[in-house]
Design a protein around this ligand. Structure first.
Ligand SMILES: Cc1cc2nc3c(=O)[nH]c(=O)nc-3n(C[C@H](O)[C@H](O)[C@H](O)COP(=O)(O)OP(=O)(O)OC[C@H]3O[C@@H](n4cnc5c(N)ncnc54)[C@H](O)[C@@H]3O)c2cc1C
Length: 450
């Protein structure tokens, strides 16, 4: 297509946030085009574990989890170290029902529910993410949305003070009511990672291959502000040889494992957020650490459940096992005596002593410690990966993009990982997908309201 085409709304980026926005706009009768630069939809969303954070769900009630919107909100405030924008967090909790409703319609729930990073209640809900994305795409197309693949948006078109469309190659896509940026983060941009968080530059680049910060750059040119970028951190728990096709993140530490570095020493409370662990691991020799555990933790594997599937790691040939701690140390080429002492010290703490790193639970203070006692013993060598960059554009609670002086950029909305302000200093599992879904819909509603 060359020349100009006119729509009510143009959505840039076809991951969860973009598909949610396009679906909502098309269902409400708007003429909408979605531009995706790659030849497939999905971005990081399709690669993700599929964990969503919600409070007060039917599943939580069924299994007797006492959660509430207030606890969800205060957990997010705490996990963000008080640095997240409280208005955005309140809006996310208040609007979560629209996300739950879409997952209901897509019939994409599973029965998996767990406590994960940043949570004091079992609030991470496993959703069949690809089924959800397929539902959104199909419903958007059925309602008349035009989805254009291999269509990279290059820049915003601005008339006066208002964003009125998007330029892509030789074409202009006019957007009468506005543009929604849903281009994801910049985990694949070495330039931006080195600019904002040079101390994270050794993290393995991961996430959607198209996620190079295009939306940030487009909005900067028109004065957009930024939030949370200095806090961006990689996630610990991925094998150095993981591929784009199969992500093998494992957090056996949340099932009971300890982390040891190349010297055979522990270095942190393993129950902390995998983002905090990610930064700590980058500072270890070789920027790597092994998850070390015994047969008791091995038996807690949940086949098919992202982060907890030890069986799949073993099938991939990335799990090391040995009959004794000494033999495990030899297999890992780390000092035997040190690893034996590390395990003995930890076992004393797990047996009721005081842990030198202050660990009191499996994850976030929840769950009893497990000594590394029952042979055989296992190790999963893992690194820190930049799976997502959860800082980005400043937005209002209705997803309108704000300039550095907090004024609104008329006609410009943004949702998903391109946006900052939701996570602050750290990140609660599941909130990236929840925010992409909820605020993709919110952006569509705000744009339709005018
Ligand atoms: C391995 C992995 C596991 C994860 N697990 C979880 C999890 O379990 N729970 C959770 O909450 N979060 C998780 N995350 C993070 C989460 O998946 C992302 O933050 C979220 O999916 C982002 O959604 P999005 O729609 O904003 O971006 P994306 O899904 O990344 O989509 C952005 C799209 O925009 C396209 N695009 C970029 N620039 C342009 C342009 N100029 N023109 C047109 N198109 C463009 C990209 O190609 C891409 O398709 C995980 C991430 C990874 C990588």
């Amino acid at each position: 297509m060359t020349g100009a085409a006119e729509f009510d709304a143009v959505v840039v980026g076809g991951g969860l946030a973009g598909l949610a926005a396009a679906h909502r706009l098309a269902e409400s009768g708007r003429r909408v085009a979605l531009l995706e630069k790659r030849d497939t939809l999905g971005g990081s969303s399709a690669m993700s574990g599929g964990w969503f954070a919600f409070s007060g769900t039917d599943l939580q009630r069924r299994v007797g989890v006492a959660d509430s919107d207030e606890i969800f909100l205060s957990d997010m405030e705490a996990s963000g170290g008080g640095a997240a924008d409280p208005r955005l967090l309140a809006a996310m909790v208040a609007r979560q029902a629209v996300g739950i409703d879409v997952i209901d319609r897509a019939a994409a729930w599973t029965d998996e529910l767990k406590v994960s990073a940043g949570m004091t209640r079992a609030r991470a809900h496993l959703v069949r993410i690809r089924a959800l994305l397929a539902f959104l795409r199909a419903s958007a197309v059925e309602s008349g949305a035009e989805i254009l693949l291999a269509r990279r948006a290059d820049e915003l078109v601005v008339e006066g003070d208002r964003v009125s469309g998007v330029r892509s190659g030789g074409s202009v896509f006019r957007a009468v009511d506005g543009v929604v940026l849903t281009t994801g983060g910049f985990s694949r941009s070495r330039e931006l990672i080195e600019l904002f968080v040079p101390h994270q530059a050794a993290a393995m680049p991961y996430g959607g291959p198209g996620n190079s910060g295009d939306g940030l750059r487009m909005a900067w040119r028109h004065g957009a502000g930024l939030a949370d970028v200095g806090h961006i951190a990689g996630t610990y728990g991925q094998h150095a040889e993981t591929t784009d096709d199969e992500h093998e993140l494992l957090t056996a530490n949340y099932l009971g494992a300890i982390l040891v570095n190349a010297h055979g020493e522990r270095f942190i409370d393993e129950s902390l957020s995998y983002k905090i662990l990610g930064s700590a691991v980058l500072a270890q020799p070789g920027a790597a650490a092994c998850q070390v555990f015994d047969a008791v933790v091995r038996a807690r594997s949940r086949p098919g459940v992202p982060l907890s599937d030890i069986d799949r790691i073993e099938e991939l040939g990335h799990l090391v096992s040995a009959p004794t701690i000494r033999a495990l140390a030899e297999a890992l080429a780390i000092p035997r005596a040190t690893l034996e002492r590390t395990v003995a010290d930890y076992n004393r703490a797990a047996g009721g002593g005081r842990d030198v790193f202050g660990r009191v639970g499996l994850v976030n203070g929840v769950g009893d410690l497990v000594p590394v006692l029952e042979p055989p013993f296992y190790a999963y060598p893992a690194v820190t990966a930049m799976t997502s960059t959860y800082g980005g554009l400043t937005v209002a609670p209705d997803a309108a993009v704000l300039r550095v002086d907090r004024s609104r950029i008329d006609g410009l909305y943004a949702a998903g990982e391109v946006v900052g302000g939701f996570h602050g200093a750290s990140y609660m599992t599941g909130t990236a997908l929840t925010k992409a879904l909820v605020f993709g819909i919110e952006a569509a509603d705000a744009l339709a309201r005018g």
